[in-house]
Structure formats: structure tokens, C-alpha cells
Design a protein around this ligand. Sequence first.
Ligand SMILES: Cc1cc2nc3c(=O)[nH]c(=O)nc-3n(C[C@H](O)[C@H](O)[C@H](O)COP(=O)(O)OP(=O)(O)OC[C@H]3O[C@@H](n4cnc5c(N)ncnc54)[C@H](O)[C@@H]3O)c2cc1C
Length: 444
Amino acid sequence: MTRPSVGIVGGGLLGLATAYRLVQAGIDVSVYERDGQLGGLAGTADLGGIPVDRYYHVVLPTDERVRSLAAEVGIGEDRFRFRTTRVGFYQQGQLTSMSSARELLTFPGLSPLDRVRLAAFAARCQLKGDSTDLESLSLETWLRKICGNSLWESLWRPLLDSKFDGRYDDLPATYLWARTRRMSATRDKAAREVMGTIDGGYQVLVDALAREIRALGGEVLLDTDVHSVPAAGGRAIGVVVDGTLRPHDFVVTTQLRPGLKGLLAPELELALGADPNRYLGVVCVVARLSKSISPYYALNITDRRIPLTTVVETTHVIDPERAGGTLLYVPKYVTPDNPDLDRPAAEIKREYLDHVRTMFPALRPSDILAAQVARARIAEPIHTVGAPRPTERTLFPAPGLATASSAHIYPELVNGQAVLGVAETLVAGLLERVGSEQREAQAA
Ligand SMILES: Cc1cc2nc3c(=O)[nH]c(=O)nc-3n(C[C@H](O)[C@H](O)[C@H](O)COP(=O)(O)OP(=O)(O)OC[C@H]3O[C@@H](n4cnc5c(N)ncnc54)[C@H](O)[C@@H]3O)c2cc1C
């Protein structure tokens, strides 16, 4: 019998981690990536001649899957840098630090009772190991109940407004439970956040995975757009590239669901059923500055006169020498119909950086050495309150087909660590199915 063959659509972290495990298991693997470079959302972009993360990316000390996969492909612990970072708030026109337990308890924008409620909320999330009851509870209802109406109005509502482009009514309580637990787990003894990065970004991991896949006989193709995934008798039969069918025993897609529209044969799409999720895109200005402007890694913006999600100075984690100066990311998460996804890049740059200058008046136009805009219309899935958990059936909806993506991450947050968790589940399921389905298909 010939070796089973799997075609993987997408050379992001998910596609490459999956391909690596499959090729190790003796399966013929082809990865198809439409871009000229691997990495997808976690890849780098050229900013004035120096590669930088297209979007800001950190690794947390607790990201065990990322760290052990990196070690396996030759990226040693010395390539990871972890540092304590500070978190700031921009509220009512003022910058304030909330970077330690002491600062939380003296935080000026909140009443003493609200500060205690906030600390109690974080402790409650840490102690609560099971989130099942939160899946059908709306985030707003939960927060109003646990933290009270005034904390909801002064803190949570504006923060959710900035993160979710004004639409947070359908979020489940699991969102903040998962977020608080992830960030609490990375705090040091003084409750300061510890964050890190792979020297060179996730791109280093992605490129190392591709190198290993090729060394083991797998194929990783760039500039290769998969036009469609055809089916015969309800079974996926391969991928169509440049008008030619490349047959595979199994096809794995890694895009979020909107990216599958028109790609999958109608009978395969039908097998997927209705999509329970909605999605967020992102518009992000990345700028290289001649000087640091923010003492904070990330800024929470509760002053809604500033319509940005956050301002992230990643050179508190990355060495500025590696980045050619201070690196500042100015993102706004947006619903997929937000006009910022289509407006001219020059306008976006000017507008977003003007908002930064309102918050940091010391930033002069001459301090901005280079700036550009990255955008993705579909970047993050949103699990809505009461929606069913992703299941084995949505991962393997039809014979010969796996539709994996970051939408299979729930209730965890979407990040590299969780994506590698999806890859593990996917590979286990594929190894079970590939051989037996191939035998059935050959017998038919
Ligand atoms: C603003 C932002 C900040 C983030 N920050 C962090 C962070 O700090 N830490 C962290 O761990 N994670 C972070 N993440 C999350 C992380 O980037 C993603 O979880 C991860 O990169 C998703 O990988 P993926 O392979 O699932 O998807 P993608 O990266 O989207 O990969 C999918 C790939 O498929 C390709 N493709 C699509 N259609 C086709 C086709 N028809 N043919 C061929 N190829 C195709 C695309 O070009 C793409 O390369 C962040 C994400 C965003 C948007």
C-alpha cells in the first residue's frame, strides 16, 4: 500500500505544526501557502528594511507547547527572552499604571470598593477551574453581578467596547474568565506580568518547522493558492491549484470558516452545517520610533475619545537593537464591515498615530522613522454566549476532510499555545482516520 497523503491548506502555525507531526508519522505531506512567506498572522513583515512581527506577538512563560515544540526543532531556551512588563491605563485623559498588586489597590480611577471588587474578581477566576456554567451566561450579566454596576460602567464596558468594536452583548462570561486566568498565571510574586518572545519572532519557529518538514521529505509550497477542494461521493479528493487537481487521501484546511466559502465543494460545505461563530478583523499600524514613548508594554484604553484597542510598545520585550528602534503597534479590532479595513493606508496611519500623540504628547512627527498598516478582515473567532463547543464533528465534517482552525479553541483564548493544542487534537484524529479511510477508498 502507498503511503497516505495529506494536503494542508495554509502555512500558518496550525498548518505547519500539523504537517510536522504527520511527516514524522510517515505520512506524505504537502503544505500549500498562498503568500510568499510562511507564518500567516504570526509571521513577519518588512518595516523599512528590517523584519518585524506583522502583529505584536508575545510568548508567555506558561506556553509550554510553544516552548517544547521550539526546543524540538532546534530553538533553544536561550532564544526566548522573558521580562517583567508594565500595564497602563488611559482613562479620562490620564495615563496610570496598574502593573502590580499595590498599584491595583491604589488605582486612582476606581472607588476603594471597586478596587477590592476587581481584585476579588481576579482571585475568583483563578480559583474557578471549570467554566462550563459560564458558557451560557452573558459576560455583561456576570460582570454586573460579580463586580457591580459602577465597575461595569467605568472599566469593563469601555474595555470591551475597545476590544470588540462596540459589540459585546453576545459574549459569554468565559471570555474574561479565560483571559484573567491566562494573565494571572504569568505574574511574578509581585503580581507583575512576565512576557517574552522568541528572538526573531514566531517566524523563527515557523521557518524551523518548514525546514524540518522538508528534511523529512514533506513538501512546503509558497505562492500556491488553493482554489478549491473538490469532492466525489461526499469525500474530499484533493486540492485544485492552478486548475490542476492534486489528489490527497485527506485534506486539512486551516482557515477560519469565512475563508472556506467557495473553497470547499458544496457537498463538503453542507456537511459543515451552520457556523455558530462571528469574527473580528484587525487594523494595525506598526511604527518604528526614534525613542520610547510609553513605559507600558500594553495600554488599556477606557477613554473612548480614543477609538483604538490598545497601544503596544513591544520593545519592552524585544531588544530595540533587534528592531532598529522602538516598535509601537497601534491596533484596532474591528467587525468585518468596519470601513477602516478598506480606507487608504495613509489615512489610517495619520489618524491612528494622531490618537497616539494625544495620549503621548512627547511623540513628535519627526520621531516616527517608519510606519505601515497591516490588516486582516477575519482574524479572530468569537464564540457567542450559549453557542455549542467545537466538536470532533466540526473538525472532521466529511470523509477525507478536516476543517481545523483557531475557532476550535474554546474556552481558552486564541494564541500560539492554544493553536498548538488544536494541532495535537487534529493530528491524533488524522492518524486514526487516514490509514483506515485510505483502505476503504481504495477498496471502493
Ligand atoms: C493582532 C494579533 C495579535 C496576536 N498576538 C498574539 C500573541 O501575542 N501571542 C500569541 O501566541 N498569539 C497571538 N495572536 C494569535 C496568533 O497569531 C494566531 O493564533 C495564529 O497565528 C493562528 O495561526 P493559524 O495557522 O491558525 O492561522 P493563520 O495564521 O491565519 O494561517 C492561515 C494561513 O492560510 C493561508 N491561506 C488562506 N487561504 C489559503 C488558500 N486558499 N490557499 C493557500 N493558503 C491559504 C493564509 O495565507 C495563512 O498563512 C495574535 C493575533 C492577532 C491577529
